[in-house]
Design a binder for this molecule. Structure first.
Ligand code: GDG
Length: 523
């Protein structure tokens, strides 16, 4: 059986900005209204690598793919209300056919309340900027995995050139007093390039991946140029306070600006950049709804039957197939557990759900080979005629199916060796019902800064600790599971994706107010 649906085909492309959090619904209405009041009539320009809608060919017809991920799904209704402009890479097969000469299309289809300005990239651009510098240099550096850094000659120049192409599109669309909101590590230079042309604009950036200590970040061959690019923003947002601290320390040690820790800001060449943490959330209400849907029940009935899970306990891992997600050590830990606890053989099944990601990059293709070989090896070692220890699912699932897996899991294993936040941990919490599972969470995921109290926290490098964490999670009595989950749920529901949006725009508003009124520093 193929668990795919047409709405969702794009989510597995390996772009962190394409994370799933839900689809637009009335849940964010109040927040979008409040943000619209804060911005008054200033134009909002959102810049992301990934576009909110793409156009594809299906049976010779052009079809539009709606927002697949959490970021795009949460920001799309905001853009509809604000009539802003979204600048993104037009990577859909039929994107050019529907765009005007300038690369613009009106969205959403049929309603046409905002503009998508598509940026066209050729194969060399994509290779150098996306598969090259972004994902072979910045991604491993920011995840502190320096052995994976592959700084190929020419990739930096392409990254800078593509950032210029995006900046040009932004400049064309930005009036002097516009607000530009950049997303992620694909745009380490664009803010500086926009700033040069639009000194009065308000520039903000959210960096979705971790920011490492200077001792790690300095391994980036263009560390100072990236810092300089980010310091052209008025506001830089990270998931955690640790990321903010690392960023400020890096600026200080590199001597790129005067750091003021009381206000959490940097002064460089007369311009101030505030640095703040905004931990991203998920659309918790929507995940709860999905977990209770008929589609979730139908999926689970079929999936559990097919995979012999009806009378067994289940541990679950859900992620893009990425070397930062800790999948290999987790498999080692599960092997150790089955070895040491023979009673768990035939009782505990592990479901590893992966989305293929960045397979053109050797480190990712090699990871896939290794993971698939390990799964086969462990299945060979412990499998019996009527039990398979690991089910490896590489189909892209509809969100209702994911919600069913979350709901049914006795243990969720979220053990990245480093993660900006990790939305899977939050989605798991949001999807739990009356008889909740237990979250085993890496202390090196951003999510552990909020979710440590209710989860079993482990060091993902420590195979024994991960095995012990699962062993312990399986013995937690129901009452304690409910207590733990209640604590987690309070955080996940209270700090959802709309709270994340709202916090950033309130901060933008406060920075503008403080400048206009008194020019005082915010603390
Ligand atoms: C980056 C940062 C940060 C997975 N399989 C399917 C599917 N997914 C969805 C999940 C989840 C998303 O993918 C993964 O999000 P994460 O946050 O866990 O991880 P990254 O992709 O690495 O995201 C991360 C994030 O940006 C946001 O700032 O949290 O730290 O690395 O939403 O649900 N969705 C569907 N089918 C699948 O098969 N529909």
């Amino acid at each position: 059986m193929k668990w795919t649906n047409a709405d969702d085909v794009q989510s597995g492309r390996g772009d962190p900005s394409a994370t799933d959090g839900g689809s637009p619904d009335e849940g964010g209405d109040d927040v979008h209204g409040a943000i619209s009041n804060l911005l008054q009539d200033r134009e909002l320009i959102v810049v992301s690598n990934r576009q909110p809608y793409s156009h594809e060919y299906e049976d010779g017809e052009v079809v539009v793919e709606p927002p697949a991920g959490g970021l795009t799904a949460a920001v799309d209704p905001l853009m509809q209300r604000l009539s802003g402009t979204w600048v993104a890479w037009g990577d859909g097969e039929a994107d050019r056919e529907v765009a005007d000469e300038d690369g613009t299309v009106a969205l959403p289809p049929g309603e046409e309340s905002y503009r998508l300005q598509r940026v066209w990239l050729d194969e060399d651009d994509v290779e150098g900027y996306y598969r090259g510098y972004s994902n072979r240099v910045l991604w491993p550096v920011c995840h502190a995995d320096l052995s994976k850094v592959d700084a190929r000659p020419g990739d930096w120049e392409t990254y800078e050139a593509v950032n210029q192409t995006f900046a040009d599109a932004v400049i064309r669309r930005t009036p002097g007093d516009g607000i530009v909101w950049f997303h992620d590590y694909h745009f380490g230079r664009a803010p500086r390039l926009v700033r040069n042309a639009r000194p009065e604009a308000f520039l903000a950036q959210f960096w979705h991946i971790p920011w490492p200590s200077w001792d790690v970040f300095r391994a980036c061959p263009q560390a100072e140029a990236i810092l300089d690019g980010l310091l052209a923003n008025d506001l830089v947002g990270f998931h955690t306070d640790t990321d903010c601290r690392h960023f400020l320390e890096g600026v200080e040690v590199a001597g790129l600006g005067d750091v003021d820790r009381t206000s959490g800001s940097v002064l460089r060449d007369g311009q101030r950049t505030y640095v703040r943490s905004f931990p991203i959330g998920t659309d918790a209400a929507k995940w709860a709804e999905r977990a209770g849907s008929d589609a979730a029940d139908e999926f689970w009935a079929e999936f559990s039957e097919e995979n012999g899970l009806t009378d067994r306990r289940m541990a679950l891992g859900v992620e893009r197939l990425d070397y930062t997600k800790g999948i290999e050590r987790r498999l080692d830990a599960l092997e150790l557990l089955w070895e040491e606890e023979p009673d768990l053989q035939g009782d505990l099944t592990y479901v590893q759900k992966v989305s293929m990601s960045r397979q053109e990059i050797p480190a990712y293709a090699e990871l896939r080979e290794r993971v698939e070989a390990r799964v086969a090896e462990i299945n060979d070692r412990f499998g019996t005629d009527d039990w398979q220890p690991i089910h490896y699912v590489d189909d892209h699932l509809p969100r209702e199916a994911l919600a069913a897996l979350y709901r049914e899991a006795d243990v969720a294993l979220v053990t990245p060796t480093r993660d900006g936040m990790n939305l899977v941990a939050k989605e798991f919490v949001a999807a739990q019902g009356a008889d909740p599972g237990v979250l085993v969470l890496s202390e090196l995921a951003g999510a552990s800064e909020q979710l440590d109290a209710g989860s079993v926290v482990v060091n993902p490098y420590d195979v024994r600790a991960v095995a012990d964490g699962v062993r312990h999670a399986l013995t937690v009595p129901r009452e304690e599971r409910e207590d733990r989950m209640e604590r987690l749920r309070t955080d996940v529901e209270g700090n959802d994706v709309y709270a994340w949006l709202s916090a950033q725009f309130r901060t933008i508003d406060r920075i503008r107010d403080s400048r206009e009124a008194t020019d005082e520093l915010l603390t």
